[in-house]
Design a protein around this ligand. Sequence first.
Ligand code: BEZ
Ligand code: FE
Length: 290
Amino acid sequence: MTDQDKTVETLISEQAVNSFSAAPDARYRQIMQSLVRHLHAFVSDVALTEQEWFEGIRFLTETGHKCDGLVRQEFILLSDTLGVSMLVDAINHRHSANATETTVFGPFFIEGMPEREFGENMAFTPGETALVRGRVVDTQGNPLAGAVLDVWQTADNGQYSGQDTEQPFGNLRGRYRTDPDGYFAIRTIVPVCYPIPTDGPVGRMLNAANRHPWRPAHLHFMIDAPGYRKLVTHLFNHDDPYLESDAVFGVKQSLQVIYEDRVVHDDLSARLGMNLPFKRACYEFVMEAE
Ligand code: BEZ
Ligand code: FE
């Protein structure tokens, strides 16, 4: 590359960055100028060919076409598999004291799922019976009554209801509330590991990189209590083979739980009508004040 080539290329990049310099919103200006700067640096760094540039455009177009506005959101999947979702999460939860750690939201949450009683069963498809129970507290350990826990997980076939249209409405989903002492109880099945969808451009990307699509078994939580930051997290099965290689980089040590084997009864299970052995996981969620 001659000095003249370099000057032409630098000039193009400078012009593109400067074209945003009159944007009235300072944050918008900062984001767009930085985006253009990094995008140009990337293109220069790899000396992108025209064919590769076109392939990139095609990939993004296909990513958009794969989204259905309901349960399939290929852009979230792309962000997740590039580690961007977890980076945004980390940046936005830097000062969390002893609050429960957060993790990726994922594309399979559905709003407006059934309200469920304390200890109600949310599993209408087979699996290993489990009781997930615990407490929601503030950073001083005070119980939070009436906190809402939105919970979702896949069925034993590795698919979420909504994604898998054969499953009953609301299967393995629900909105639970803590009791006056901050306790919650969810009757369900033990989560299983599952592959993220690979029948789209993100799947092709993983394949080209020799990356597997698996997520370790987990139960999703979104917890809301007035005056506290909304908590989006998972509880991971501690013995899952994919904990070290989650396709979306979401695992944190503090979010791993043991499903105790063959619990026959505890102080709750009889009241909930659980008379066969079940697995039990316990966790205390700590919410950070707003
Ligand atoms: C999930 O856990 O539901 C999920 C997260 C990221 C990508 C795909 C699925
Ligand atoms: Fe999930």
